[in-house]
Write a protein that binds this ligand. Structure first.
Ligand code: GLU
Length: 366
């Protein structure tokens, strides 16, 4: 079943934990293993793959004289941040060697939660994917302070999956998923292959992070599952320790999303967002919108209110509100381009943020 979910997904975020990437004894990258993962990813045809990778702090430990036995939570923040700055270079080099065409993106929670930064990060990732380049994402550990950190990449990966409209998030870790108890201590602990609902019984099964390099643990995996499932994204937790961790995915836990990413996103737009202004649409645009198309500047006759890129704007036609969307252009920019062809946007503004005023993925039509 996990294999089927993988094959049916078009856009996948793959999160790789520190304990998989680094050899605890030598403190170096498990490069041979990483090459087998790269082979697996190359074998997945016609899929967009984005990697969220930990490992920067682990790989920078040696240079900062941090012992392997020190748990991540016990290391002073500035030492951890310095280690991350060092280790990120090693990490990027390892990925570039294994995958060839890679790009590095460092994010903070602000970037995934603020709508403007979110649109920019998403546009950059889309541009990279369209070019056949694999984005490698990590938290920007050197600038994140305790209050504004994800702290673990499980949740960062879920936010990224939500941001780019992925349909699957795979968490490769040192465990093969969720168990009813701690399998190291309890011989009766049962493996749970599928989770449909994150109820109290499921939360009670999850323990804290294991000893060693990991910061996550099953609790933070469940936190990630909550974000993913509510965004309509399935999540798989699978053991990735052996070579070819994707093509030989065996025992794993699938956290099943109850609805599609598109309908979850529309619901989110409707529930969480207050409109800052309106676009007044001509009849043609109103019709196009209702048949699932994006909103183009040509179909807008007027603008109400003042808003920024990324704000919510309601869509009106003949005095009726048809829906709501997140705009790609501010009110000031929109004033200059409404009524014109998309091809003329760059000429009118001196730049373009894309052909659509509101992309159909950012629209919720009533
Ligand atoms: N951003 C941290 C690093 O690259 C990892 C956080 C985590 O372990 O999830 O070292």
């Amino acid at each position: 079943m996990h294999e089927e979910v993988l094959q049916n997904s078009r856009r996948i975020v793959l999160k790789i934990g520190s304990a998989l990437l680094t050899d605890e004894k030598s403190g170096e990258v498990r490069q041979d293993w990483l090459e087998t993962l790269a082979d697996d990813i190359r074998a997945l045809k016609d899929k967009d793959i984005v990697i969220v990778s930990s490992g920067a702090i682990a790989l920078g430990r040696k240079a900062m004289d941090i012992a392997w036995t020190d748990a991540p939570s016990s290391i002073p923040l500035e030492k951890k941040q310095a280690a991350a700055a060092i280790g990120q270079v090693t990490l990027s080099r390892a990925y570039e060697h294994a995958f060839k065409n890679t790009a590095l993106i460092l994010l903070t929670p602000r970037d995934t939660e603020n709508r403007r930064a979110h649109l920019n990060a998403r546009a950059t990732i889309n541009a990279l994917l369209a070019q056949g380049i694999i984005p490698i994402i990590n938290e920007n550990d050197t600038v994140s302070t305790d209050e504004i950190r994800f702290g673990d990449n499980d949740r960062l990966a879920a936010r990224v999956a939500q941001m780019i409209g992925a349909d699957l998030l795979i968490q490769l870790s040192t465990t093969d998923g969720l168990y009813s108890g701690n399998p190291d201590e309890d011989a009766d602990a049962k493996h749970i292959p599928v989770v449909d609902t994150l109820d109290d019984a499921i939360w009670a099964m999850a323990g804290a992070a294991p000893k060693g390099l990991s910061t996550g643990g099953m609790k933070s995996k469940l936190g990630a599952a909550r974000i993913a499932m509510s965004a309509g994204i399935h999540m798989i937790v699978s053991r990735g320790t052996l070579d070819h961790p994707l093509s030989q995915m065996q025992k794993a836990t699938l956290f099943k999303a109850p609805e599609s990413p598109a309908s979850a996103r529309k619901k989110w737009i409707r529930a969480h967002v207050k409109p800052a202004g309106s676009f007044i649409l001509d009849d043609g645009a109103a019709h196009a919108l209702q048949s699932g198309k994006s909103l183009l500047p040509a179909g807008v006759t007027d603008i109400e209110g003042t808003f920024e890129r990324g704000d919510a704007v309601s869509l009106k036609n003949n005095g009726m509100v048809l829906g709501l969307g997140l705009t790609s252009y501010s009110s000031e920019e929109s004033q200059k381009i409404i009524g014109c062809k998309s091809a003329d946007i760059a000429q009118r503004l001196g730049y373009s943020r894309g052909d659509t005023l509101i992309h159909r993925d950012d629209l919720s039509v009533y």
